[in-house]
Design a protein. Structure first.
Length: 86
C-alpha cells in the first residue's frame, strides 16, 4: 500500500501540444544529411514490416481471417518503428 499521496507526472493537453510543436520545429532544423538518413531508415522500416507481413501470411494453416489479422499486426511493426525511430 502507498502511505503518502500518489503523484502522477502527466502533462496537460497544452503541455503536450507545446512539446509536440517543439519536436516538430527541431525536426525542421535538422541538417539535410540527417534528414536523408532518417528518411532512408523510415523506408527500410516500412519494407521490414512488408516483408514480415508477407512472411506471416504465407502460413495458410491458421485460416484466412486469423492470418490477415496477424499479418496486419506484423505490418504495423514497421509503422511503429518509424514513429519510435523519429
Amino acid at each position: 500500500m502507498v502511505d503518502g499521496p500518489v503523484n502522477i507526472d502527466a502533462y496537460s493537453p497544452a503541455e503536450i501540444a507545446a512539446r509536440v510543436e517543439q519536436a516538430g520545429v527541431s525536426k525542421v532544423h535538422l541538417p539535410i544529411l540527417q534528414t536523408l538518413v532518417l528518411s532512408v531508415l523510415a523506408g527500410a522500416f516500412i519494407a521490414f514490416g512488408a516483408v514480415f507481413y508477407t512472411f506471416v501470411i504465407t502460413d495458410t494453416g491458421l485460416g484466412f481471417g486469423l492470418t490477415r489479422l496477424i499479418g496486419g499486426i506484423a505490418f504495423s511493426l514497421g509503422l511503429i518503428l518509424v514513429v519510435v525511430g523519429g
